[in-house]
Design a protein around this ligand. Structure first.
Ligand code: DQA
Length: 144
């Protein structure tokens, strides 16, 4: 596991402003900085990508299959209904770990279902920004 891609879906660019009671006060930029610092400490390469558009996320996952060894994916609300993103994950051979900042099981009923979970290597939910760091560790240490 030498090069990881972190993909963030819709509305995550507004972290810091968006529903701080649920997602915290830290900005999206600070999340990106923390991810890049962690990657450096782990001795791996990392890229962080964000899009509010389903097709752009699918294009990025397709491209990742040739240039990355694993993906950390917070698909935002697409988690709960995007069969197209589900199929993109199933189509690529590199491992994808689903992450969520909030505990999706402790919120609205519609968030309790993830259509992407069955095609991901695993899912991490509810640990704030640490969900991303745990997924990075999991990809590097427990990939087998
Ligand atoms: C989220 C949870 C989703 O239900 C929500 O739509 C998001 C963020 C999280 O990180 O907790 O946009 O993926």
């Amino acid at each position: 596991m030498k090069k990881l891609l972190v993909v963030n879906g819709p509305n995550l660019n507004l972290l810091g402003e968006r529903e701080p009671g649920i997602y915290g006060d830290d900005t999206y930029e600070s999340l990106c900085d923390m991810i890049m610092d962690k990657a450096e400490n782990m001795g791996i390469k990392c890229e962080v990508f964000q899009s509010n558009h389903e097709g752009a996320i699918i294009d990025k996952l397709h491209a990742a299959r040739k240039s990355f060894d694993g993906v950390v994916l917070n698909a935002g609300a697409f988690t709960h209904y995007s069969y197209a993103i589900r199929d993109a994950i199933a189509a690529i051979k590199i491992p994808v770990i689903e992450v969520h900042i909030s505990n999706v099981f402790a919120r609205d009923d519609f968030r309790k279902n993830s259509v992407i979970a069955p095609v991901c290597k695993g899912s991490i939910s509810g640990f704030g920004f640490a969900s991303y760091f745990m997924a990075m560790d999991a990809l590097v240490k427990y990939n087998g």
